[in-house]
Design a protein around this ligand. Sequence first.
Ligand code: F6R
Length: 364
Amino acid sequence: EKGNYRHYMQKEIFEQPLVVAQTLQSYVRPFDGKVALPDIDFDLSAVKRITIVACGTSFYAGMVAKYWFEQFARVPVDLDVASEFRYREPVLEPGGLALFISQSGETADTLAALRHARAEGQIIAVVVNVPTSSMAREADLLLPTHAGPEIGVASTKAFTCQLSVLAALAANLARAKGRMSEDEERAVVEHLREAPEAINNALGHDEDIAGIAHLVAPARDVLYLGRGPDYPMALEGALKLKEISYIHAEGYAAGEMKHGPIALIDDLVPVIVIAPSGPLFEKTVSNMQEVRARGGKIILISDAKGLADAGEGCMATIEMPEVHPLIAPLVYAVPVQLLAYHVAVAKGTDVDQPRNLAKSVTVE
Ligand code: F6R
């Protein structure tokens, strides 16, 4: 039931502090603050390469995870959308780990990709929200998200729960590979445990975001920019906006702007920049200034520190709590979801049942 909420999507966005905490609880051991995965009968330290396959929002969770697996565990990651992976004859070394990410566990292309990977001798790991789904049944390593049923067609809480599981997996893999000390692992766990509260703080900006949505609603095109793990967040922001508000939106790696898309910039195209303060902040902001110099109207999503450094001259700003870079994607998912939600409400579209879309895509 929707309770006091107007839409399932809104309810599910606001459930995130709870369901992320629930999900993390099953991956963190309370007695020693270490990451624990469900029992597995293979040696994670032997994994030489990871192939991540998914569709849509689940694919973007995988894209964030690629940064984490490579950065923390130094394991090379290959990443593809399922519809491409299936048909491109990927080269898979026997014994590699293939990781599939899906809310429903029934997406036709992802399931077919899973079976292809199995036939090629891969170990099958699955991050899935529906524990009775086909993908859950076919996994060697089942990593459930505990988001609860997701009714809104646009995926929200399943995404942040996927990120939670993937961060835990990255830490576990890094430990298994000898790339992370026990203390570092505990620090990662500490940061993850701060996520529900930080997400809650982000949700506190709902009203500001509803106000800013009125600046975005009249636009025909919107650009989202981010760098590093915030690049997939830009892609996710654009996808959310497209699917429920029907505004054409594109996500771009901030540094890629000058290779073409900057030609699109004028004062009719809002440019939303995702830039938490941290190691990539300066770089992203310099790309943002290039956009502004061409008359672009910027909405900057950052923390107090980032906004103090770069907020001036923006059309609007959205303030997030200051968080460790590891959990930034979990926190910055919130404004991106809320903005799409409020733009859709402002435009009067059917938020929970957008045209032409199905919750579970069981045909190719
Ligand atoms: C976007 C969305 C879709 C799904 C995609 C994969 O909001 O809902 O892009 O993420 O269809 O679905 P699952 O995760 O069920 O495999």
